[in-house]
Design a protein around this ligand. Structure first.
Ligand code: COA
Length: 716
């Protein structure tokens, strides 16, 4: 307390008034409005947490029913406090919130943390109250966390401020955490405490009426002490902004997210392949991936990763060495390494020789290096050092199954001594009894200890992804000559009709205007003109019977492919007419469609314009099983050629395009170009609600390709 008073005097005389979010996170003085006389109440906990954490500024309890709380003078209202107040924590019943916030505004308080619940989350009445609160804070230039939140922590030693009612405190460290769920906040603090992982700031966002997760991301962007940003998100809030800023920030520091709930709208209403898949987890993953954000499924997974990032360097490659004293777990580790897209390192002859010097003849010197059950703690240290020195190794997973002779603690100490200053990550898996983990909890801050090999492999894969993202060249954005006026005209015409699907002819015209090679079908009403029109379309071509009564053309023999000449055309026509007659469909014939014939691999390229996210462009394996195989990738424009090429490389379709078993390579550059052109039109014309080019035929390398079918839905 003596220290607090001294520090606060120092702050109030020397440091300027904090502005913006600093008023919330780095205040020189905090008022707790609704600081309760009851210790086991929310207001009571808020006040005692501020004292417990050793807040270095002044604390002003506000409660008209008390004179003194925690030996500190208590005031009836903030207006009665003689000093300046930077931040107020509000924990009064909801009907009193507006009034106390008005008083805060009059007192020129710049930061607010509103704990009180009963706003937007409870329905229209609460939403109306929240709107008033939002307007009030905006008018008076206050920054507000909440309402309906658990509060904030700034664990920096200069502030040491716990303005939450959480029973678990937070230590100081490199992680900044924003949680959209208050209740989960306590769990987050518990996990962090168990892992000895500290925070710069922790914030429970509540209803985000004034400060959003995006604001927090920007607040932490250039904060030198925040090395890792972690978010628990239920929605993206302003997704376009989220995408824009995370793309920028994730190049500087890792952003880890647990995203629950499905927020990409439009999935249910969608009728295109792209629209249907856009609402899926595949698309959310893609969004986060294109932003360089690492997604974890659970808080536990997120902290597994955060703890590794906090203590280990990023790997410079994907070649993993496994060091073990037991065969089974090493096999599990090998499987997990491969499954997560990493590789097993090939150890150099020198490494093997150096290992052979002290390991028993029964040991396996390949990778995994199995030192067998008799492995001593000293040998763990020596072997780890040798593996770290191998230029073909980028990271190590060390596995220890408690043997009879050597306790895990000794192995751990030897390992720490040998790897403390390593420039490569070393992740440890200890399959030990509870005693060891209890002991680990009481050890000073240390690298994470995993109980099984799988999480260690997953963490390394994410670390490798993060490292690659941060060093990846930005790539260049392409510009295309597109007949914008033409596309605009077609879309406006459709919009005037109330939107919906474009007529096939218009949809093909959009593709042509976008510079995407397309086989637009030509309708020929009179048989006598077929030969002349076929010359114009160009051989080889496909002939199709056309008529309102001919629904499934191929069922009645109404499709003929592979027509290479005028004589082929005559023969195909005669056969088709006979087919139609045989199926009783001759009278339904109103004309013919001629379409250039495409060959190659069938792909799909599509776009959907989500009102919240903006355009999402999808590509992958085409044909009618698009949704069954889901071999697709999504990108968020703008993207570079390199981004698209990399995403294609991750598809099974990408493997096919590279040629399987002696097949020729497909024209990947044509696919890249088509995706980029679809990105361009989807971004420039938000009126395109959905679009599917399926199939898009991709020919052999250098031979381009052709869009054979396209559907475009225009927003009404
Ligand atoms: N100014 C100052 N103090 C005031 C006040 C005002 N305008 N109005 C009330 N108070 C004081 C009261 O005197 C009381 O003090 P006491 O405990 O010493 O009697 C204290 O504030 C609390 O008021 P009370 O009426 O007892 O309310 P409460 O403690 O039952 O509930 C909240 C208050 C804010 C905790 C409650 O309304 C709430 O919102 N709870 C949910 C919070 C939540 O879940 N948030 C999200 C977490 S993720």
């Amino acid at each position: 307390m003596v220290r607090c008073a001294a520090m606060s005097r120092l702050k109030s005389t020397r440091s300027p008034r904090p502005e913006g979010l600093d008023a919330v996170f780095r205040p020189r003085s905090v008022a707790v409005i609704g600081a309760s006389t009851r210790a086991h109440s929310i207001g009571g906990n808020l006040l005692s947490n501020l004292f417990r954490s050793g807040f270095t500024g002044k604390i002003f309890p506000i409660n008209p029913r008390a004179d003194v709380l925690h030996s500190v003078k208590c005031y009836p209202s903030v207006l009665d406090v003689p000093d300046e107040i930077d931040c107020a924590v509000v924990s009064v019943p909801k009907d009193g919130v507006l009034e106390v916030v008005r008083e805060c505004a009059r007192k020129k308080i710049r930061g607010l943390i509103v704990i009180t619940a009963g706003f937007k989350e409870v329905g229209p009445e609460g939403a109306a109250l929240e709107a008033k609160l939002r307007a009030l804070t905006a008018r008076s230039g206050m920054r507000m966390i909440g309402p309906n939140c658990m509060g904030v922590i700034n664990a920096e030693p200069e502030y040491s401020m716990d303005a939450t009612f959480s029973p678990t405190p937070a230590g100081f460290g490199p992680v900044a955490f924003a949680s959209q769920s208050g209740a989960l906040g306590v769990a987050i603090l518990n996990v962090a405490q168990a892992l000895k992982l500290g925070f710069t700031q922790f914030v429970s966002m509540g209803n985000k009426a004034n400060v959003s997760s995006n604001d927090m991301l920007e607040y932490w962007e250039n904060d030198p002490r925040t090395k890792i940003i972690a978010l628990y998100l239920e929605s993206f809030g302003n997704p376009r902004k989220f995408v824009r800023i995370t793309r920028r920030i994730s190049r500087k520091k890792p952003i880890l997210v647990v995203k629950s709930g499905r927020t990409v709208a439009g999935a249910k209403a969608a009728s295109s392949h792209t629209g249907a898949l856009a609402g899926s987890e595949v698309a959310i993953d893609a969004i986060l991936e294109t932003c360089g954000v690492s997604r974890s499924d659970t808080i536990e997974e997120l902290f597994d990763l955060a703890a590794a990032l906090a203590s280990q360097p990023l790997p410079k490659g994907d070649r993993i060495a496994i060091l073990t004293n037991a065969g089974g777990p090493a096999i599990m580790a090998t499987d997990a390494v491969i499954q997560h897209g990493l590789r097993l390192a090939t150890l150099s002859a020198q490494t093997r020789r150096r290992l052979a010097v002290f390991l028993p003849p029964e040991a396996s010197l390949g990778n995994p290096v199995d030192m067998i059950a008799s492995a001593s703690d000293v040998n763990y240290g020596r072997a780890a050092k040798i593996l770290l020195g191998d230029p073909g190794v980028d990271a190590i997973i060390v596995i220890n199954v408690t043997p009879v002779l050597y306790g895990p603690r000794g192995v751990w100490d030897a390992l720490m001594a040998a790897t403390r200053r390593a420039k490569k990550p070393v992740l440890s898996v200890f399959m030990a009894n509870e005693e060891f983990y209890d002991e680990a909890r009481s050890m000073p801050a240390h690298p994470p200890i995993y109980r099984f090999p799988e999480p260690a492999a997953r963490v390394l894969a994410e670390m490798w992804k993060i490292g690659r993202w941060q060093t990846k060249p930005r790539g260049t954005l392409s510009r295309f000559s597109i007949k914008r006026a033409e596309i605009g005209r077609i879309l406006n015409r459709a919009k005037r009709r109330g939107g919906g699907y474009l007529h096939a002819d218009d949809a093909f015209a959009v593709l042509e205007a976008a510079g995407i090679p397309a086989a637009r079908p030509v309708l020929v009403r009179r048989e006598s003109r077929l030969a002349e029109m076929a010359e114009r379309v160009g051989y080889p071509l496909v002939l199709k019977a056309e008529g309102a009564g001919i629904i499934h053309k191929s069922d009645v023999g109404g499709v003929a492919a592979g027509i290479r000449s005028a004589s082929d055309l005559r023969a195909a026509l005669a056969k088709m007419k006979a087919n139609l007659a045989r199926h009783g469909a001759a009278d339904a014939l109103e004309g013919f469609l001629l379409q250039r014939q495409a060959n190659g691999r069938e792909l799909v390229v599509g776009a959907t314009n989500d009102p919240a996210i903006g355009p999402l462009v999808m590509f992958g394996m085409g044909g009618k099983y698009v949704e069954v195989f889901q071999d697709v990738k999504f990108v968020l424009p703008p993207v570079s050629r390199e981004d698209v090429r990399e995403a294609i490389g991750k598809l099974k379709a990408g493997t096919l395009l590279n040629g399987v078993r002696g097949e020729k390579r497909g024209d990947i550059e044509f696919l890249v170009e088509t995706v980029l052109r679809v990105c361009a039109i989807a971004s420039e014309f938000p009126g395109i609600a959905e679009m599917d080019i399926n199939p898009l035929f991709v020919a052999d390398r250098g031979r381009g390709g052709l869009a054979v079918d396209v559907r475009i839905r225009v927003a009404d």
